[in-house]
Design a protein. Structure first.
Length: 134
C-alpha cells in the first residue's frame, strides 16, 4: 500500500469537505475507500498492456499502415510508395505494431510482407471492453 504523507491526507480530506456533503467523521472512511480504488488501479496488470496498445494506435502513420494492411499484405518498399516516407521510418512504425502483436512479417522471397493479425486486435479490444465495462 502506497502511503500518503499525513499533510497530504489532511489536504485531500479538506478538499473533500468542500465538494462532498459529509459529516467530518464520515470523511476519513470515505477517503480510505477512494484510496483503495487508486491502489486497485495500480495493481491492474492489464493497464500497461492497454497503454501500449493505445499508444501504438495513437499515431497517424501507424493508423494509415493498419488501414493499408487491412486490404492486403505489403512489403516496406510498397508502403514507401503509398505513404511517401522513407523505408527506415516505415520500418520503425512496423516494428512498434509488430511488437504489440497487431501485424506480422512473412518472408516472400527476398522481401518481408506485413499483414494484420486480427486476433491481436480482438485480444486488446476484448480486454478493454471487459475492464471498462463497455
Amino acid at each position: 500500500m502506497i502511503k500518503i504523507k499525513k499533510e497530504r491526507t489532511l489536504e485531500i480530506i479538506n478538499s473533500l469537505k468542500m465538494c462532498i456533503d459529509f459529516q467530518d467523521e464520515g470523511l476519513e472512511p470515505y477517503f480510505q475507500s477512494l484510496r483503495q480504488i487508486g491502489i486497485n488501479l495500480n495493481k491492474d496488470k492489464k493497464n500497461p498492456i492497454l497503454v501500449k496498445f493505445f499508444n501504438a494506435l495513437g499515431n497517424g502513420t501507424r493508423l494509415k499502415i493498419l488501414k493499408i494492411l487491412n486490404d492486403k499484405d505489403y512489403c516496406v518498399c510498397e508502403l514507401e510508395a503509398i505513404l511517401d516516407m522513407s523505408q527506415s521510418s516505415i520500418s520503425h512504425h512496423l516494428k512498434i505494431l509488430e511488437n504489440i502483436g497487431l501485424i506480422r512479417g512473412i518472408k516472400k522471397g527476398y522481401f518481408t510482407h506485413y499483414e494484420l493479425i486480427i486476433e491481436g486486435f480482438q485480444k486488446y479490444l476484448k480486454s478493454f471492453y471487459e475492464d471498462y465495462n463497455f
